[in-house]
Design a protein around this ligand. Structure first.
Ligand code: MG
Length: 318
């Protein structure tokens, strides 16, 4: 069967990950820079940031309704869920990483390192041990558009907030560290570098680090180089394939670094997130819009990844 024009198969392996009859849904379009998607399985809704408009939005998967979850949002950017299902948020405005508690209170988890203010935490992930890993480029303090223009107190690095509450700088050789994700076995950490926003021949790639002793990184070779815009946020599926944002859509890479294919989106993509009842729905934050596409694979996630709702029903009947 022919694929739709917006689905580009570049390696035969991509055919098993996509559906030839899948629909690319344009769900919403009134944002200025959509980013930071996080999916809540229990409520079947997606939260995402519209950074310049200083708000977090909520898409209800049950009825398609979009509403405002939080405004102002301290110019929130990347988001994730921790092991207890609490929302972890990168905030440009407060230059911090926060946690929204079950009672709605917001707790600051990290805003300084060695006495200096963080720049503007950009994207965040949670490891299976509960540690919180985030990037800290300067985009939220470069201008007032995505936060507030401020002076940077230090370089742009990658951090880990350990379960003991210690903030560790885990990588300091990136120009503008941005999206990040672990391989499913957490042996590798992928980090994108969007340094080309500030230097024409700056980095526009994803690097891959070996994770040792929990928090120590080594290696860091370039894993993938973008030929369309920049890699911003990305996620990993259960087989370890990367689904990365890019200038012309979403690029899918096998763990061996081969680009398998692309999903062409008519707007620059900033981030993606797996959701849906089977975690096979790829939500795509693209400039003004939210798109979604059902795939023939599932997103990797440390919370509940092994048990899909259909499996739960089956086990209850047994
Ligand atoms: Mg980002």
């Amino acid at each position: 069967m022919p694929y739709p024009h917006w689905l580009v198969v570049e390696d035969e392996r991509f055919s098993s990950l996509v559906l030839f009859n899948g629909q690319l849904d344009h769900l919403w379009h009134a944002g200025h820079w959509c980013e930071g998607p996080a999916y809540f399985a229990a409520g079947r809704y997606l939260l995402w940031s519209d950074i310049p408009n200083d708000r977090i939005l909520r898409y209800d998967e049950n009825d398609g309704h979009v509403s405002t979850f939080r405004q102002p949002s301290a110019f929130s950017n990347g988001q994730a869920l921790d092991l207890e299902g609490r929302l972890i948020t990168c905030e440009h405005g407060s230059r911090s990483v926060t946690r929204t508690e079950h009672n709605g209170c917001i707790t600051t988890l990290a805003d300084t390192f060695e006495g200096c203010r963080l720049n503007s935490p950009n994207d965040v992930i949670v490891k299976s041990d509960g540690s919180i890993w985030f990037t800290d480029p300067s985009y939220g303090i470069d201008s007032d558009y995505e936060g507030g223009k401020r002076r940077s107190q230090m370089g742009c690095h990658v951090y880990c907030l350990t379960v003991a509450g210690e903030l560790i700088r885990v990588a300091d050789d990136l120009e503008k560290p941005n999206g990040l994700a672990f391989s499913p076995d957490e042996a590798w950490l992928y980090v994108s570098d969007t340094g080309a926003t500030h230097r024409d021949d700056g980095p526009r790639h994803i690097r891959r680090f070996l994770v040792e002793d929990g928090y120590r990184l080594s290696g860091g070779d370039v894993f993938a180089e973008s030929d369309s815009g920049l890699f911003d946020g990305f996620r990993v599926d259960v087989a370890g394939n990367l689904w990365a944002s890019a200038g012309d859509g979403v690029h899918c890479y096998a763990p061996d670094g081969t680009r398998l294919g692309r999903i062409l989106i008519p707007e620059t993509v900033a981030n993606v997130c797996f959701g849906g009842i089977s975690r096979n729905r790829l939500y795509i934050c693209a400039t003004t819009s939210l798109y979604a596409l059902t795939l023939n694979t599932r997103g990797h996630h440390v919370i509940g990844e092994a048990v899909a709702p259909s499996d739960i029903r089956t086990s209850k009947r047994a």
